[in-house]
Design a protein around this ligand. Structure first.
Ligand SMILES: NC(=O)c1ccc[n+]([C@@H]2O[C@H](COP(=O)([O-])OP(=O)(O)OC[C@H]3O[C@@H](n4cnc5c(N)ncnc54)[C@H](OP(=O)(O)O)[C@@H]3O)[C@@H](O)[C@H]2O)c1
Length: 295
């Protein structure tokens, strides 16, 4: 029998993933950080599914051998701290969290274990506390830097729809980071859908932000594509024209954003290599101001 995957963080991604695991007959258990068993309602096209989310604290000591953390980047440390008692010393820990710059804070919490990254094109959003709408299950790339899939991937995750092993996970993380740095903060600060960055004032702001950002990303080895970042971002905006970025959704729902792990981290890395990024700094300040206003 294979080990159960414990999915910690019963928000949009956690609820969708628990459903996808169940569809693929991969044994899993959705966990949250409250004290009572709760329900999550997932809307997928015309079907509604009800899932149960268990309190993490119901588990036995060292019970978790496979953990998928589906919290936001800024919540990872607290989630791992909360899970510490329940983690087996050899547990595999994977996260779907986006962004860069969380590694240093997490290292003491991981001990000898590594944090494996999953990069997903899934799209799901929360409406109210426990209601989740799935737009697409998307594709999820998982990797630990090795060419060959790890045994823990082969005995479970490979059966889940759209989940693939990726030998180049680092490049995927960087690519998503670059695109998110261009789209997320800007749509959140302008309060617009992704498609609105293709015309008018939105397009102008996007062009200025990308012109400042791309050279730094290239210098830092975070954008290696032969295509310009501008062309790729425009492609993504066209494909997702009607979508609200996750950061805009967070601002509208008065939740903390992942700005610190996107443009905030870019500013830190840029400064360390001698780049001053005025437009990125302005954007980070604008999004922080919106977060503060919402508190
Ligand atoms: N949603 C997507 O379609 C999607 C797609 C690809 C990647 N991602 C990435 O996946 C991550 C999660 O995104 P999301 O949209 O699912 O966010 P979300 O809906 O805000 O879900 C995060 C969940 O984590 C919970 N949480 C917060 N602190 C916790 C803790 N200390 N211990 C346990 N649980 C905790 C939250 O609970 P409370 O609200 O009760 O605090 C919430 O249920 C993000 O990094 C996002 O960028 C999301």
């Amino acid at each position: 029998m294979t080990d159960t995957w414990y999915i910690l963080g019963a928000g949009a991604m956690g609820t969708l993933t628990a459903h996808e695991f169940s569809r693929a007959h991969v044994q899993s258990c959705l966990l949250h950080h409250g004290s009572q068993t709760e329900l999550r309602f997932l809307q997928c096209a015309d079907d509604e599914h009800t899932l149960s989310a268990q309190p993490l604290t119901n588990l036995d000591q060292a019970e978790i051998k496979r953990l998928l953390v589906t919290t936001k980047a800024g919540q990872l440390a607290a989630a791992l701290r909360g899970a510490d008692t329940y983690l087996h010393p050899d547990a595999v820990i994977v996260t779907t969290a986006n962004g860069l710059g969380m590694e240093a804070a997490l290292a003491p919490l991981l001990g000898s274990r590594r944090l494996v990254r999953a990069v997903s094109t899934a799209a799901a959003f929360r409406q109210g506390g426990h209601q989740v709408t799935a737009v697409t299950a998307g594709e999820t790339a998982v990797g630990d830097g090795q060419d060959r899939p790890a045994p823990w991937f082969l005995d479970g995750l490979q059966h889940v729809r759209g989940w693939r092993w990726s030998p180049d996970i680092g490049d995927r993380i960087h690519r998503k980071f670059a695109i998110n740095c261009a789209i997320n903060g800007l749509t959140a600060s302008l309060g617009c859908r992704n498609g609105e960055l293709l015309n008018g004032p939105g397009a102008e702001s996007l062009a200025q932000l990308v012109a400042e950002t791309e050279p730094v990303l290239r210098a830092l080895g975070l954008w290696k594509d032969h295509l310009s970042l501008q062309a790729e971002v425009e492609r993504v905006c066209r494909l997702t024209a009607d979508n609200q970025s996750s950061m805009l959704q967070d601002i509208l729902a008065q939740r903390p954003t992942e700005m610190d792990y996107l443009n905030g981290e870019l500013l830190r890395r840029g400064r360390a290599t001698g780049f001053e990024l005025a437009r990125n700094q302005q954007l980070v300040r604008a999004v922080r101001a919106l977060e503060l206003k919402a508190q």
